[in-house]
Design a protein around this ligand. Structure first.
Ligand code: ASP
Ligand code: MG
Length: 360
């Protein structure tokens, strides 16, 4: 059984949702679909909370209206008859926002309750659309039934033992239905909503992968995999077809934006591959992250602020000496597995392109 996770841009509008449906149709072995909130929704929920906390009622109402209208429009474009279910979520959205009114600050616990609406809207819409498109039974499930976490609001940690017990509740359903559920959100043992941290949906998917002994977890996103460097900075960057858990985690940890930092932890424990693929270019191979044996050399670059990390294996050799020909940097930290440079050059991106062209 495979688990597919679709990010916010992959479900941003009706066209994107249709693309997702098509991808699922082409993969009958997908058993669980994990979905993020539609693009920008989580940021908007933060704006709503901010307006509410400052008691800016009119602004808050405007922001609420824009968010609900956008979701209504997607449902309309897909010709879905889910007005009632949307109304329920809209009332809860109102209630959660009202609860923050005039607080003067955003209490993390209240933010988590509000955050949860984003993924619940997108999963409702996607599952309803899949139901009319697919012959298979489609079941919308609330991930909070099984994604049990501690109460570190806004960046909760999963309670693995508890999750592995709770998944038994879903196992019979998976036998004959495709489950659609939410990324990012969870619940404390006592039933209060939590979240795993911004961008945490990838982690939700791999946690489910571990709990359900999935054969593979696919992270469907808007780029065709993990690249040797951020392609927005280095257009010549290449997608890495195969990489080890270790290298992929280090790239994520040092600033590559493709995967949430903790995503690979469950995959490493349970030893299933994580495949990163593009919803826009599904026929591209993408990146497969697994127990790949290590080989020496540079794997990729990750930039965070002015720190450029060169990630790889046995890096104390030639590759790094190439850097001697460059100026405008200082070595910030160096181990066998990575070299971190502080870029002193005014043009950080140009420096990154230069390093990329020299060592990759
Ligand atoms: N919707 C959440 C966020 O934007 C989680 C995710 O998309 O991974 O942070
Ligand atoms: Mg993401």
């Amino acid at each position: 059984m495979k688990i597919f996770k679709f990010g916010g841009s992959s479900v941003q509008d009706a066209t994107a949702m249709k693309r997702v449906s098509e991808i699922i149709l082409n993969h009958s072995n997908c058993g669980i679909v994990v979905v993020s909130a539609t693009k920008n929704t989580t940021n908007e929920l933060e704006q709503i909370a901010k307006s509410a906390s400052l008691n800016e009622v009119n602004l808050m109402q405007k922001q609420l209206e824009s968010l609900t209208l956008r979701h209504r429009a997607i449902a309309d474009d897909l010709e879905l008859d889910i007005g009632l279910s949307l109304s329920e979520l809209e009332s809860e959205l109102q209630m959660c926002s009202q609860s923050i009114l005039g607080d003067g600050e955003i209490l993390p616990k209240k933010m988590d309750a509000l955050y949860s609406l984003g993924e619940r809207f997108s999963s409702l819409i996607l599952s309803s659309y899949l139901s009319i498109q697919h012959d298979r039974a489609i079941l919308l499930k609330d991930i909070r039934e099984i994604m049990i976490t501690n109460d570190s609001w806004n960046c909760a940690s999963p309670l693995i033992g508890e999750i592995s017990q709770r998944v038994q509740l879903w196992k019979p359903a998976i036998e004959d239905a495709l489950i659609v559920t939410q990324g990012f959100i969870g619940s404390t043992i006592s039933g209060e909503t939590t979240t795993l941290g911004r961008e945490g949906s990838d982690y939700s998917a791999t946690l489910l992968g571990e709990a359900f002994s999935a054969s593979e977890v696919f992270i469907w996103t808007d780029v065709a995999g993990v690249a040797t460097c951020d392609p927005r900075i280095v257009p010549s960057a290449k997608f890495i077809e195969q990489l080890s858990y270790d290298h992929a985690s280090r790239l994520a940890q040092f600033g590559a934006k493709v995967l949430f930092e903790r995503t690979l932890e469950p995959a490493m424990r349970a030893k299933f591959p994580v495949v990163v693929k593009s919803t826009l270019l599904p026929s591209e191979v993408g990146s497969r992250i697994f127990d790949l044996p290590k080989r020496d050399g540079v794997v990729g670059l990750a930039l965070e602020g002015d720190i450029l990390s060169i990630i790889g294996e046995n890096l104390l050799s030639e590759e790094v000496s190439i850097l001697n020909n460059l100026s405008d940097y200082e070595i910030y930290k160096q181990t066998n597995e990575y070299v971190a440079l502080r870029i002193l050059s005014e043009d950080i991106e140009d420096f990154v392109r230069e390093v990329h062209s020299k060592i990759l």
